[in-house]
Design a protein around this ligand. Structure first.
Ligand SMILES: *Cc1c(COP(=O)(O)O)cnc(C)c1O
Ligand SMILES: *[C@@H]1O[C@H](CO)[C@@H](O)[C@H](O)[C@H]1NC(C)=O
Length: 413
């Protein structure tokens, strides 16, 4: 649940992609592909250079078989039939396809859609663009804990609601929406349920039938797969109809025209298979590493706060309620963000920025390939530099002398 997930190319946790200035970009980011994924793709980048849609020569046939195998691997991970999997260029396209596709197909009878205020930008923007086409959208607010209120969802239905779109796991906070209940509520009203599962796939078990999901978006690079590929699950029974976004050769059951890139589809399939086998193990390991990082830093340095998005959380909430903590956002009081960032540059990390001028925020990403040694090394460096920087800080000195900083009137120079 962090843009700085995984990757152990260097000592320490992997860095967030970071510009030279400005606040950190919100949202989760890609991890490096799993080596097993790359291995699966390689033959299709070189030897089997066929168009999967042309059956006339052997390479084309090989390529199609590989693609269908990948489709099965994706389907298996979510309890679907492989005929229900459409390859796309990523979760952005899948979300666009699902939301605009359903809205436009049923528009003669249904003009209302329900989503939440905390969806990924591509969902919100798809909804905004539908508003300009005359659709009505309800954007449900979330409670303090990031979850929607099911009563508000129930109250939001209108006679012409065609679709409910609620993400499974939030890309910024990591909380999981009550997907089973939402599926139940939608099915009872015969309204289709779409979920953006880009952050959930491979992290928690997903089953489209148990969860009564009708459409589900998946992204390759969020599950240690390649960038530029994803999938959309589209239920066959009861059948969900979509108006395709693209016109063309009618690939992917007519829903997504354009040649499917075989190596990318194969990579997505391999990533799904690895995820299926390692999900439980990954989840346990990453949670343990996150806990290790947080508790070790907090036990050594005072005045550190743990944030999940803009919510200050205590240890109990962190350990038991946050689904998947690949991203840890700690603030260190009385330390300048940029200084700490500079000091930790070689190891870990992070993105720093000022929150007022007595705090800094550091982000630590943990993923499948992060090791315990890397966490410990980062912790040790972090503690060392926070202590050093505080020793140089006049604010810290004042606090040590028992001065209440709030009582001081700062003058502008
Ligand atoms: C990353 C992400 C997307 C976009 O996925 P792409 O494959 O990069 O298009 C959509 N939704 C969520 C929740 C995401 O985390
Ligand atoms: C980290 O916490 C700070 C303080 O609330 C917040 O401003 C920032 O958006 C958070 N960043 C992430 C990625 O959660």
């Amino acid at each position: 649940v962090c843009r700085a997930a995984a990757g152990a190319e260097r000592r320490g946790l992997s860095p967030s992609p970071r510009g030279t200035a400005g606040p950190p970009r919100a949202g989760a980011a890609p991890a490096a592909p799993d080596p097993r994924v790359l291995d699966s793709m390689l033959p299709y980048l070189t030897a089997y250079y066929g168009n999967p849609h042309s059956r006339t020569h052997a390479y084309g046939w090989e390529s199609e078989a590989a693609m269908e195998n990948a489709r099965r691997q994706v389907a298996n991970l979510i309890g679907a039939d492989s005929r229900e999997i459409i390859f796309t260029s990523g979760a952005t396209e899948s979300n666009n396809m699902a939301i605009k596709g359903v809205a436009r197909f049923y528009k003669s009878r249904k003009k209302h859609i329900i989503t939440t205020q905390t969806e990924h930008k591509c969902v919100l923007d798809s909804c905004r663009s539908l508003e300009t086409e005359g659709f009505r959208i309800t954007y449900l607010p979330v409670k303090k804990n990031g979850l929607i209120d099911l009563k508000e969802l129930e109250a939001a239905f209108q006679p012409d609601t065609s679709l409910v779109s609620v993400m499974t796991v939030n890309n910024e906070i990591g909380v999981k929406q009550p997907i089973y209940d939402i599926g139940e509520i939608c099915r009872a009203r015969k309204v289709f349920f779409h979920t953006d599962a880009a952050q959930a796939i491979g992290k928690i078990p997903m089953d489209v039938n148990n969860m009564k999901i009708d459409l589900m978006s998946i992204s390759g690079h969020k599950i240690y797969g390649p960038k530029g590929v994803g999938a959309l699950y589209v239920r066959r029974r009861p059948r969900v109809r979509l108006e395709p976004l693209q016109s063309g050769g009618g690939q992917e059951r007519g829903l997504r025209s354009g040649t499917v890139p075989t190596p990318l589809a194969v990579g997505l399939g391999a990533a799904c298979e690895v995820a299926q086998h390692e999900m439980e193990y990954d989840h346990k390991r990453i949670s343990q590493l996150a806990e290790r990082l947080v508790t070790k830093i907090m036990s050594e340095v005072p005045d550190v706060w743990l944030w999940l998005n803009n919510i200050l959380v205590d240890g109990f909430f962190f350990l038991f309620h946050i689904l998947y903590v690949g991203c840890i956002n700690l603030s260190f009081a009385y330390v300048e963000g940029e200084s700490l960032l500079m000091a930790l540059k070689d190891v870990a990390l992070s993105s720093g920025r000022y929150v007022e001028f007595t705090e800094s925020v550091e982000l630590f990403g943990i993923g499948r390939f992060t090791t315990e040694e890397e966490v410990d090394y980062t912790v040790q460096k972090c503690i060392q530099h926070v202590k050093r920087l505080r020793e140089m800080s006049p604010l810290w000195e004042m606090v040590q002398d028992g001065i209440d900083l709030k009582s001081i009137k700062w003058t502008q120079h």
